[in-house]
Design a protein around this ligand. Structure first.
Ligand SMILES: Nc1ncnc2c1ncn2[C@@H]1O[C@H](COP(=O)(O)OP(=O)(O)OP(=O)(O)O)[C@@H](O)[C@H]1O
Ligand SMILES: [Mg+2]
Length: 326
């Protein structure tokens, strides 16, 4: 099974080696982070989108967050980006509690180091602003002291393989999805961000553009010591790119740790199911090999019951599993 996930293993292991040689402290730390949404006017309905999520984002490291639709991945990303307030737990930035910062000044400082890139890059740009205006705003808000604006902008655009002369006077609708995502990466580079939340970053791009952007991300991570939260549905992508992996199911982080360990020996029944549902190239779809969600739910319930009282357990220093919810 693992063979089919081995695309690009060499590059991934290189990232890993580089990371392991440094002794580091986390940039972002989530402690039992939770978010409950309340909806409905007369009958209040609660959705527990995220529950007790704890993890660390280390410099020069890519951390994948993988799970089915609606499992709470974007909610975690939005809480780190302070677009959503956690309803429980704490969020630390370089050891400092930032869960409740609200002042414009504090947020501006935070956003100068923590940025997000979302699935739909079109929504991240004002359609009426040309690219040069987008960059001017970044300078005005975050980097007012920079004098050689044009030179700096050209540098970062070239580093993401965009032609500054061609692109600077264009409007977002005149650019492709891949170009817009590279533009967002360029903006993050200009700010020299420490943390990048990449939510389904490349899902709308074709295979070759994807590889270009992924390799760019790994490269930046290595060279600049940036920490990336890479949110995806795609297991193979997660394996290709990340040093650490978190598997999310119904608001809970059910398995987390070093990517190689999780992919080598998945323990949680949901993680196992994810691996089993990766299609095999060279094998045709067999309609008898049905994937039944109810069956997975039953297996997860059984697993939790059998391990009742054990909670989240570390099997070794960098591989942990949620053995039971009670
Ligand atoms: N603003 C909101 N108000 C109410 N419920 C919400 C809100 N945002 C998210 N949710 C709910 O929280 C849960 C988690 O949503 P989230 O967007 O984090 O999932 P996701 O893992 O990112 O899914 P996808 O892979 O489809 O992007 C879902 O049940 C969703 O309906
Ligand atoms: Mg999402």
């Amino acid at each position: 099974m693992i063979i089919r996930l081995l695309v690009g293993i060499t590059q991934r292991l290189e990232v890993k080696k580089l990371v392991e040689t440094k002794k580091q402290t986390p940039i972002i730390e989530a402690e039992d982070l939770g978010r409950v949404f309340v909806s409905g006017v007369f009958f209040k309905e609660q959705t527990v989108a995220v529950k007790d999520a704890s993890f660390k984002m280390m410099p020069g490291t890519i951390l994948s967050l993988i799970g089915e639709s609606g499992s709470g991945k974007t909610t975690i990303g939005r809480m780190i980006l302070k677009l959503l307030k956690p309803t429980s737990g704490r969020l630390l930035y370089h050891g400092e509690d930032i869960t409740n910062i609200t002042s414009k000044d504090d947020l501006r400082k935070y956003y100068s180091k923590v940025q997000g890139i979302f699935q739909d890059p079109f929504s991240s740009f004002n359609p009426l602003f040309r690219v040069d205006r987008v960059f001017d705003m970044v300078y005005d808000i975050f980097l007012p002291h920079v004098k050689n604006r044009e030179e700096r902008t050209a540098e970062v655009l070239e580093s993401v393989n965009l032609n500054p002369e061609r692109i600077m006077h264009q409007f977002p609708h005149q650019l492709s999805g891949g170009q817009l995502q590279r533009l967002l990466i360029a903006r993050a580079l200009l700010l020299d961000v420490e943390v990048l939340i990449a939510d389904e970053l490349i899902s709308m791009l074709d295979a070759s553009t994807r590889m270009g952007i992924l390799n760019l991300l790994v490269d930046i991570c290595q060279k600049r010591g940036m920490s990336v939260l890479f949110i995806t549905h795609d297991l193979a992508l997660g394996y290709y790119i990340s040093d650490y992996t978190m598997i999310m199911h119904r608001g809970l982080l059910v398995e987390k740790g070093a990517t190689a360990k999780i992919y080598d020996k998945p323990v949680h029944p949901y993680t196992k199911m994810l691996f089993n549902s990766v299609p095999d190239i060279g094998k045709r779809w067999d309609k008898n090999e049905k994937f039944i969600p109810e069956q997975v739910d039953q297996e997860i319930d059984k697993f939790y019951k059998e391990n009742k009282g054990q909670g989240f357990e570390y099997l070794d220093s960098d591989h942990g599993v949620l053995l039971s919810t009670e």
